[in-house]
Design a protein around this ligand. Sequence first.
Ligand code: DAH
Length: 318
Amino acid sequence: MALAETAIGEASSVQALAEVRAGFLGKKGSVSAVLRTIGGLSGEERAAVGQAANQAKERIEAWAAARKRALESADRDREISEYKLDVTLPGHAPPRGHLHPTSQIEREMCAFFAELGYGIEDGPEVETDWNNFSGLNFPEDHPARDLQDTFFVPGGNVLRTHTSNVQIRAMTGRKPPFRFISPGRVYRHDLDGTHYPMFHQIEAVCVDEHVTFADLKGTLFAFARHLFGESTEMRFRAHFFPFTEPSAEIDISWGGRWLEWGGCGMIHPQVLLNCGIDPERYQGFAFGMGIDRTAMIRWDIPNIQLFFDGDVRTAEQF
Ligand code: DAH
């Protein structure tokens, strides 16, 4: 036994220990050999030898286990003390995110108007019929109220179809002069390469005593050139909106053709009245355009769905 205890104590690695242990307890080990002879012994001898051999086996197992723990912990200590941390090695840079192109262009648009003294107004995406339609002078049977375009919410509200709802919200009970913009999400029942059921618009409103269509035009030209460059070509096309009179659509020259950018006009006197503003004394202009559409023009992106499918490879390019 002393032999076993010494041999185990001297085993200098986990590997060597396993070999020493096998020398006693393995299939060909000496203790195992003794146990194999038991069958040939007389009854009395068998009990004595069997007991001694089993005792030896248990003690050897215990010594080996203790030695193994000691060796492993020594290994760990050595590993730790030998480990050299080189703080000058370059690290792994975590990938860095950035703003979605829609957010980038939205911020640019807001920054432009902030410089012109426009405030920012917010409005909800679930809106009343009054703020989205009736207050904006939409007749009861106007096609835009159709299920084809509008998402209705149980209880009579709608998902706002445009940011023009903020005109009613922000102008009601407010004393001119004022000017503001309002960016946000809008919803329409529409899906193809240039339309998506959720998209973003920005609305601009300016109300004062001597506001004219020329102010509207000057503001829009400055805005377009700021966003798309000094040589940007823009045109106004006569149009109809219930909440402006006169009204126009705004086109931008894009890849050799005219692309609709937004709508605009002089705020309809009825809309001013609906908000408690005297249309005899005050006039205003308003316009609204797609923010995603603006990003498409700016970066020559052919398909709006690329913006919303959540593929980071698209976003990484901007
Ligand atoms: N709300 C209109 C639309 O979604 C866009 C628009 C047109 C906004 C004329 C305006 C405006 O403020 O004056 O199509």
